[in-house]
Design a protein. Structure first.
Length: 488
């Protein structure tokens, strides 16, 4: 593999010259720190990167290896767990089938490394010395990511480059071990603890960079040769994601003290409406659940086969959305700032937790803003109808419909079942809890949940306990939904 030295030539190699930039994550936060320097070449749709990582052993015991998720490998030819299901293939692969992947060429500071797991999804790094629980190690990774032409979270989309999950991501810890998750075309298979990120991205100079936190153009030792470099410091986030490309325009507003941005391709004829939705929903959720902790919020319209996708301080929404779909999608993705970005959960095994809450939050927002055309009751009724239709079809086809809500993403038969359980049944569950507890206690429990688990990963039990504390016995109602015993 190509190995890159510092400052040998302008352009692609200049990505490591970041002298003079204010480093972030050095304030003794106690969080892991990832310093990523990456350059994107449009000619071959490839990102060349170096990542220095200061990682604490998150396991409850000593270890001589660390494990990382390699999400880009889900996009490679022959992946066992494809990133999109058959029904979304046409919308995703707009130019016919296209493939990507990640090639890790070096891990310095380690004894050795290997790529394996069930679907080439895991990078195992063998350490030089055993690391005690809580002890840190410094590693330096070099890798290249080839992007597929795909309207997805990672890929060259029809509007711009969507860049997420592009670096080795430390595996989450489950039952005292590193959890090795495969990709799933259902839901979001990503679980990660918050960390600090110091990212320098070198892009073609004609590109606009869209990021969750503010990006600054690198002026000192700036690269030349038709490229520009940007520096972004994101502290206390679960991941970093970007969108970049040509032709993006931007409008800006505020929600309270917070700046809100909306980036869009020129084809969007009503950017003011989406910006207003983003600002109003951000302010509404802040008032309802607790103030968000990020310095700003950005929504970007890009090529994306599904409605939208959430990242810390950033939401992608699909350029294919119909006008009437926008309010629910923007509100849903913005709600994920609370239920995913700030309060993390196990999205792999307990998808209802953040999806159900995002649906519920969106319904509360749209009810408070009737001009967008949906009431809370309309939305719950629509989910009830959709869920009952799913139940009836699955009961007939499979003799019995599996309605349990805690199961891995790979245990869903497809998009339809996943949507019906995580979104529809998730919303119905929270609606029933709200009905039994009453509005005041219900919102009180959600505020407790936000306050207690902001910056952490909450288990399903942690969530239920917040409601149980406000309303004794409510855990039985949760259990009847989660275990698939209740009749809807
Ligand atoms: Zn969602």
């Amino acid at each position: 593999m190509k190995r890159i030295a510092c400052c040998v030539a302008a352009g692609t190699l200049a990505l490591f010259c970041t002298a003079g930039l204010a480093a972030c994550g050095k304030g003794g936060s106690g969080r892991d720190l990832y310093t990523i320097r990456a350059a994107y070449r449009a000619e071959d749709k490839t990102l060349t990167a170096e990542m220095e990582a200061e990682i604490k052993n998150p396991l409850p015991m000593s270890t001589d290896e660390l494990k990382f998720q390699l999400w880009p490998n889900a996009f490679r030819e022959g992946a066992k767990y494809a990133p999109v299901s058959k029904i979304f293939e046409n919308a995703a692969y707009y130019n016919g089938k296209s493939y990507g992947g990640i090639d890790v060429s070096a891990v310095e500071g380690a004894e050795s490394f290997s790529v394996g797991g069930e679907d080439e999804n895991i990078l195992t790094v063998k350490l030089k010395e055993t690391l005690d629980a809580g002890e840190s190690v410094e590693l330096s990774f070099r890798f290249e990511v080839k992007l597929a032409e795909i309207n997805h979270r990672l890929g060259v989309s029809e509007c711009g480059v969507n860049l997420s999950g592009f670096y080795p991501v430390l595996c989450a810890v489950e039952s005292g071990q590193f959890a090795e998750h495969v990709y799933s075309s259902n839901g979001d298979p990503f679980v990660s603890e918050i960390a600090d990120f110091d990212v320098t991205l070198t892009l073609p100079e004609s590109y606009t960079l869209v990021s969750g936190f503010a990006a600054e153009e690198v002026k000192e030792n700036a690269p030349s040769g038709g490229v520009k470099a940007y520096h972004v410091c994101e502290e206390g986030v679960r991941e970093v994601a970007f969108v970049f490309g040509e032709g993006f325009e931007c409008v800006q507003d505020t929600a309270g003290e917070k700046e809100v941005f909306y980036y869009y391709p020129a084809a969007d004829k009503d950017p003011a409406r989406t910006l207003k939705l983003a600002a109003e929903s951000l302010a509404f959720f802040g008032d309802t659940f607790g103030e968000d902790i990020y310095p700003r919020y950005t929504v970007v319209m890009t090529g994306f086969a599904y409605g939208g996708m959430e990242f810390p301080a950033l939401s992608m929404i699909s350029s294919d959305l119909r006008e009437e779909e926008l309010p629910a999608v923007v509100a849903h993705e913005t709600a994920h700032q609370w239920w995913y970005a700030m309060v993390g959960s196990d999205q792999y095994n307990s998808a209802w937790q953040d999806e159900g809450l995002a649906e519920l939050s969106s319904a509360l927002f749209l009810d408070a803003y009737p001009d967008y055309g949906s009431s809370y009751r309309d939305l719950v009724t629509a989910s009830e109808q959709a869920y009952r239709a799913f139940f009836s079809v699955h009961s007939q086809v499979h003799k019995e419909a599996d309605t349990t809500m805690i199961r891995p993403l790979t245990a869903y038969s497809g998009d339809y079942e996943y949507r019906s359980i995580a979104y529809d049944k998730g919303l119905i569950l929270f609606d029933r809890i709200r009905e039994v507890m009453g509005e005041r206690k219900f919102l009180g429990a959600l505020k407790d949940y936000f306050k207690e688990y902001c910056g952490k990963i909450a288990s399903a039990e942690d969530l239920v306990a917040c409601f149980e504390r406000r309303s004794g016995g409510i855990e039985d109602l949760f259990a009847s939904f989660l275990e698939g015993r209740c009749i809807i």
